[in-house]
Write a protein that binds this ligand. Structure first.
Ligand SMILES: NC(=O)c1ccc[n+]([C@@H]2O[C@H](COP(=O)([O-])OP(=O)(O)OC[C@H]3O[C@@H](n4cnc5c(N)ncnc54)[C@H](OP(=O)(O)O)[C@@H]3O)[C@@H](O)[C@H]2O)c1
Length: 344
């Protein structure tokens, strides 16, 4: 695939994020039934919905894609409708509203709460544990890929090549503990009702408007010290993460199956910051002491199942630097990748 040298604007970015490959197109030919994306209104959902529609159209099959959310962002809903996703407004915390949703054979579950956990722990637990219980019971006959996070693992050194799906889970702090709660509730439903579930342990999707590369690049461009408290991290192009999310429906099973989803590299903060410094003509300074224990996931299993990401790390760095230098839009939602004490 020939990618553009730079991403000119958001329309082009959304298009790139929603480009299906032949593997996904073939997958749609074999998947039975419609797809619903619950919690579609956030950062990843809209282009996931559009990617699914594009793959279905290219496959020439008849299948609907539903997007369920509260749609606090009205623009996200309008875009989804224009792209061919059928939207349904629903607060997933509300049992009565969830009961009225149609049956969906395939579900991608994306709803969750992270930021602002410190001080509002009850809301985070309710969102990340009670809602999965409501959804898990209502959709016990569906096939479910449930988004989780790589932060359910312990912090490890880069020399370990990251945590695998077999690593014992040791979440730090209430946000990541509530994410383990989400996994356990979906795991319970999978065992109790035989629901086919895949636990999608994602580390840091990259879209030019947010993400770890965005956050580091923004600091370099502004001449601010780059916070290097975590030392290393992993990232994956959001289009690749979303492609894997759809295809992972086929690996959902009972008992629930975990899957690490991120890029293949263990990347150092300093490597990225220096690359941005060169591309932007900026001197790089640092704050914080580089720790040798970080959130790092080993995505070998996903790479074997779905292939390496189509967009390379090198490509993402070039695109991100250019995007920031020309003042491309930022969502203003920092990832807080530098947090290693569980306080989000
Ligand atoms: N992006 C990443 O790099 C990353 C990394 C690790 C894990 N994850 C996880 O992957 C999932 C998707 O990521 P994301 O970045 O797209 O998350 P996000 O921006 O937080 O989007 C999730 C969306 O879920 C919807 N939602 C929340 N509460 C709801 C409720 N009660 N009823 C219906 N919808 C509700 C919200 O949209 P409305 O306001 O429209 O309801 C929200 O925007 C999340 O669970 C996230 O924690 C993401």
């Amino acid at each position: 695939m020939d990618y553009p040298k730079f991403i000119e604007n958001e329309a082009q970015l959304d298009e790139l994020l929603s480009l299906p490959d032949q593997g996904l197109i073939d997958f749609m030919k074999n998947l039975e039934g419609d797809i619903a994306i619950l919690g579609i209104g956030g950062k990843m959902g809209p282009t996931l919905g559009r990617l699914a529609v594009n793959a279905i159209r290219a496959a020439g099959v008849k299948k609907d894609v539903y997007g369920v959310s509260r749609f606090s962002n009205a623009e996200a809903r309008a875009n989804l409708e224009a792209w061919g996703v059928k939207t349904i407004s629903c607060d997933l915390m509300n049992r009565e509203e969830v009961a009225k949703l149609p049956d969906f054979p395939n579900i991608i579950y994306m709803a969750g709460r992270k930021f602002g956990t410190d001080g509002s722990e009850e809301l985070t637990w309710a969102m990340n544990v009670i809602v999965p219980a409501i959804v898990g019971e209502r959709f016990r006959n569906s096939r479910i890929t449930a988004f989780s996070t790589g932060c359910v693992y312990p912090l490890v050194g880069a020399n370990t090549c990251g945590c695998t799906e077999e690593t014992v889970l040791e979440p730090i702090g209430e946000y990541t503990q509530s994410c383990l709660g989400r996994e356990r509730v979906f795991g319970y439903c999978s065992k109790a009702y035989g629901t086919k579930v895949l636990l999608f342990r994602l580390n840091y999707a990259i879209d030019m408007r947010y993400g770890v590369l965005h956050d580091i690049g923004r600091q370099v461009l502004a001449g601010e010290p780059v916070v290097n408290s975590v030392g290393h991290f992993n990232v994956i192009w959001q289009g690749d993460a979303n492609r894997i999310a759809l295809m992972s429906l086929m690996q959902a099973d009972s008992p629930a199956v975990p899957l690490n989803v991120t890029g293949p590299e263990m990347i150092s903060i300093e490597y990225i910051a220096e690359r941005f410094g060169k591309l932007m003509g900026k001197e790089v300074t640092y704050s914080g002491v580089s720790a040798d224990r970080c959130y790092l996931n080993n995505s070998s299993k996903a790479m074997r199942l779905y292939g390496y990401p189509r967009v390379s790390l090198d490509q993402m760095i070039d695109w991100q630097a250019a995007w920031l230098m020309k003042g491309g839009r930022s969502l203003g939602k920092p990832t807080h990748f530098e947090v290693n004490n569980g306080k989000f």
